[in-house]
Design a protein around this ligand. Structure first.
Ligand code: SF4
Length: 379
C-alpha cells in the first residue's frame, strides 16, 4: 500500500490553486477506480504539445486573438520610437489601444534619446500581447460573451494582466466583458484609495470587496507560523462568491510562467506529485472557470512592464506574514539554472505540455496492466 499523497503545494499570495478542484486522492493507488484510466491516445489532441514562445509561429486561432497587433503597437522590428524625447514612454503612446495609459515614470531626463528604450519597450509590449493571446487561444480561456472577473491584488502581475486583457479585448475574435475585482482584506496600512483611483481613470468596470480576513488569520494562526495557506483559502472563497454575485463566467488570475514552474517544482520536491497550476480549471465550487492568461509570460517581462506602465503597485508585505521560504528558494534555484544554462526554463516549461503518461509511473493515467506485445509501440 502506498501512503496517502502529501498535501499539494499552494501558491501563497494569489488567490486560487489548482489542487482543490482536482479529483481527491484516494487512500492508496490500488483503491483507484479503473474508470480513471486514460490511454495516451485519448490525451493527446491536435494542438497540444510543446508550449510556445514568443517566436513560435501562430496558428489560425492564436492569430485571431492577435489581429491588428502590429497596427496597434507599431512594428517593433522597425525600431520606430513612439516618443524619442523626454517623458513620453511608448506605453503612454499606447493609450490609443482603447484605454488611457498610466503616465510614465517622472524621473526620466527631459532630453534623453529614448529610441533604444522605446524599441525595447515596443518589443516587450508585442511579446506580452502575443504570449497572452496565444495562451488564451490555446486553452480556449475566453469564449463569446464571457464576463471575465480580473482579480486585482495590487501587485505587478495582476496590473499587467488587466492592462493586457483590456488591450486584447479591442481585437478579440469574440466579444467579452471585463470586471476588475479587488479584495480589501483590511490589512494595516492598505491604501484603499489607490486601486479605485486607478480603475476609475482607466474607465473599467470594477468592484472592491471589503472583508476583514486579516483579523481572522491573525486570530487563528499563531505569530511565527506561515499564515498564507488560511489567508489564501479565505480569499478564494470570497472571490468565488463575488464572481457569482457579479455574474462572472471566468475568473482570471495573474500567475505567470515562472509561478507555474515554481509550483511544479514545489509539488515535485515537497508534495510528491507531478502537477502545477493549470492554465484553466474549474473552480472549487464547480461554478466558475478559472483562467491564467499570463501562463506563457515570463516574470521578468512583467517586472519590466510594470516599470514601463508605472503601475501604482501596493506592497504585498502589509500582513506581516513570514515569507514562504520554500517558494523563494525554489525561485532562486530556477533563476540560477537559467543563469548557468540559458534556455533551461523554457525547455522545462515546454515539457509541461508534452506529457507521456506511458513513460511515467501513474497507473491511473496509463493502463499498464493490459499492455501486450503487438500494441502500438511508444517511443
Ligand atoms: S498571509 Fe499575507 S502574504 Fe500570505 S497570502 Fe495572505 S496577504 Fe499574502
Amino acid at each position: 500500500m502506498f501512503p496517502v499523497a502529501p498535501p499539494s503545494i499552494a501558491d501563497d499570495h494569489d488567490a486560487m490553486q489548482a489542487s482543490p478542484s482536482q479529483p481527491a486522492e484516494s487512500a492508496s493507488y490500488a483503491d483507484r477506480p479503473a474508470t480513471q484510466t486514460i490511454r495516451i491516445d485519448e490525451i493527446r489532441r491536435p494542438g497540444t504539445g510543446r508550449l510556445p514562445t514568443h517566436e513560435s509561429p501562430l496558428d489560425e486561432k492564436q492569430a485571431a486573438w492577435l489581429g491588428g497587433l502590429d497596427t496597434l503597437h507599431g512594428d517593433a522590428d522597425a525600431g520606430a520610437p513612439s516618443g524619442s524625447q523626454g517623458g513620453s514612454a511608448p506605453a503612454a503612446g499606447r493609450a490609443s489601444a482603447g484605454h488611457p495609459a498610466v503616465p510614465p515614470a517622472a524621473s526620466r531626463p527631459a532630453l534623453r534619446d529614448t529610441r533604444r528604450e522605446d524599441h525595447e519597450n515596443n518589443k516587450l509590449s508585442k511579446r506580452l500581447y502575443r504570449l497572452t493571446g496565444q495562451a488564451i487561444a490555446d486553452y480556449d480561456m475566453i469564449g463569446p460573451n464571457d464576463r471575465v472577473m480580473v482579480c486585482l491584488s495590487g501587485g505587478k502581475d495582476s496590473f499587467a494582466m488587466l492592462d493586457i486583457l483590456l488591450g486584447l479585448q479591442k481585437r478579440a475574435p469574440v466579444p467579452f466583458s471585463i470586471v476588475a475585482v479587488n479584495l480589501d482584506q483590511r490589512q494595516p496600512g492598505f491604501p484603499a484609495d489607490v486601486l479605485p483611483n486607478y480603475l476609475q481613470k482607466l474607465g473599467v468596470e470594477y468592484h472592491i470587496e471589503t472583508e476583514d480576513t486579516y483579523s481572522t488569520v491573525q486570530r487563528v494562526i499563531p505569530d511565527g507560523k506561515t499564515k498564507c495557506s488560511l489567508c489564501s483559502r479565505l480569499r478564494r472563497g470570497i472571490l468565488y462568491r463575488v464572481a457569482s454575485e457579479l455574474g462572472a463566467t471566468r475568473i482570471a488570475l495573474g500567475h505567470h510562467r515562472d509561478d507555474i514552474l515554481a509550483t511544479f517544482f514545489l509539488n515535485l520536491f515537497y508534495g510528491g506529485q507531478l502537477k502545477t497550476m493549470p492554465a484553466k480549471l474549474v473552480s472549487d465550487d464547480g461554478r466558475h472557470v478559472v483562467i491564467r492568461p499570463l501562463a506563457y509570460v515570463e516574470e521578468k517581462d512583467l517586472i519590466r512592464w510594470a516599470e514601463v506602465k508605472n503601475f501604482p503597485i501596493i506592497p504585498c508585505n502589509l500582513c506581516g506574514s513570514q515569507p514562504n521560504l520554500k517558494r523563494a528558494e525554489t525561485k532562486e534555484l530556477l533563476k540560477s539554472w537559467e543563469k548557468r544554462f540559458p534556455g533551461r526554463l523554457e525547455t522545462i516549461f515546454s515539457s509541461l505540455g508534452r506529457v507521456r503518461p506511458s513513460h511515467l509511473m501513474d497507473r491511473t493515467l496509463y493502463d499498464f496492466n493490459t499492455l501486450r506485445t503487438g500494441d502500438d509501440a511508444e517511443d
